[in-house]
Design a protein around this ligand. Structure first.
Ligand code: NAD
Length: 380
């Protein structure tokens, strides 16, 4: 729809019905996090100026390495209480050489994911039109998966202990926590997604070696699978899954995995669809008791931070997912289509895509693409 028509509709609705106001908490973080969050904010601002039925109120929280160095903590003691008042959270990336990674990530990202019961980490692994894959002869129709990663327990539960620290007998224990409730709900979410999208499902585990957690996962997979006879479902060992993602990506649809396995396989997935610049994610609290959080999968990329050359696509896509979650799936689709238009056009590319454009220039191109009528998708 042309921009004038959007503006006309917005004015008409503003004069008529109050649009819904959504409050978004922005956590830019460290490194390229603030750079890509600025772009996500620009995109969200542009869309709210076009969409008649919503307004977005965005507030920045500078909870990052600097904040840690000043206060000894990655967020204030009442940080979750503050964030709880928002409709959604947007996170850039966290990670700074001055703060141990396990402290920075656990005190902020894991605290939010676990504290707000965001047990679904949704990660599309999708080759966009105009994007490139290292897999010869493969196209968008063969690289279209949605990962559903368990996000609150499993290998990242944070349970463990260091025994006899700083001695020759030092032992580190990292306990994986797989609860029946946790495994059941993530599998049910994945099956339900596969059913509504008409996709096959792959469940990833390692039941041959992990004789407690893997076996429980596989047993619950068999139980939940029986509730969804219409969903073609396969159980794959994680090592075999890595092999098949490269050799037979077209077999994959909705892929459900534990916290660690999902984390690793989605970086492989990102590599298959053009790199971390194309990896977006949503941390969902499906019953909406708490706000959900949206973020690019990539980290703070210290090697390119401050240069203004980070690829903003993943960050923009994550902002699109946020809009989808707020009830605007049409805008989520439009954001993805706009990214595709920029890729197909090919003139504006950041260095990771072989060009010399800046982060802001790539966002400008996406915003420009959003403002013109969408062209029909060519077949892949
Ligand atoms: P990274 O994702 O930051 O970077 C890996 C490589 O990909 C780097 O070469 C980087 O330049 C490149 N890259 C990443 N995002 C890019 C983008 N948008 N455009 C172009 N290139 C991009 O992973 P890392 O180097 O392993 O970790 C750096 C820091 O980030 C660490 O402190 C780590 O703990 C943290 N980290 C944070 C998160 C998060 O906040 N969710 C996720 C992963 C890593």
């Amino acid at each position: 729809m042309p921009i004038d028509e959007f503006r006309r509709r917005k004015e008409a609705v503003v004069n008529d019905v109050e649009p819904r106001n959504f409050r978004i908490a922005l956590l830019p973080g460290d490194g390229i996090g603030p750079e890509v969050t600025t772009e996500a904010r620009r995109l969200l601002g542009a869309i709210s100026s076009l969409e008649p039925s919503m307004t977005l109120e965005m507030e920045n929280f500078l909870w990052n390495a600097d904040f840690y160095l000043k206060t000894g903590s990655m967020m204030p003691p009442d940080g979750l209480k503050t964030l709880c008042q928002f409709d959604a959270i947007y996170l850039g990336a966290v990670g700074d050489l001055r703060v141990p990674d396990h402290i920075a990530l656990r005190q902020l990202i894991f605290a939010i994911r676990q504290g707000f019961d965001q047990y679904v980490n949704l990660r599309p692994v999708r080759l966009l039109r105009g994007g490139s894959t290292p897999l010869a002869g493969r196209g968008p129709s063969e690289l279209n998966m949605i990962f559903v990663r368990e996000n609150c327990e499993g290998e990242y539960s944070g349970v463990g202990e260091t025994l006899f620290p700083d001695s020759a007998d030092e032992v580190a224990l990292q306990t994986s926590v797989f609860s029946r409730k946790g495994v059941e709900r993530i599998l049910r979410y994945a099956f339900s997604l596969a059913k509504s999208n008409g996709m096959p499902l792959q469940s990833i585990s390692k039941g041959n070696a992990l004789n407690y957690t893997g076996v429980l996962w596989d047993r619950i997979f068999a139980e939940v699978s029986a509730e969804y006879p219409e969903v073609p479902a396969t159980n794959l060992l994680v090592d075999a899954a890595a092999l098949h993602m490269v050799l037979h990506p077209e077999r994959f649809g909705v892929v459900v995995a534990s916290n660690l396995f999902g984390d690793i396989l989605t970086d492989l997935g990102a590599a298959l669809v053009g790199g971390l610049g194309f990896a977006a994610s949503a941390n969902l609290c499906p019953d909406k008791r708490f706000p959900s959080m949206f973020e690019p999968v990539h980290g703070s990329a210290p090697d390119i931070a401050g240069k203004g050359v980070a690829n903003p696509f993943a960050a923009l896509w994550a902002a699109g997912m946020l809009l989808g979650h707020l009830g605007y799936p049409n805008w989520e689709t439009s954001v993805i289509e706009a990214i595709e238009m920029v890729l197909v056009d090919g003139r504006v590319r950041t260095p990771d895509l072989g060009g010399s454009a800046s982060t802001a220039q790539l966002t400008d191109a996406v915003l420009e693409a959003l403002r013109v009528p969408m062209t029909p998708a060519p077949t892949s």
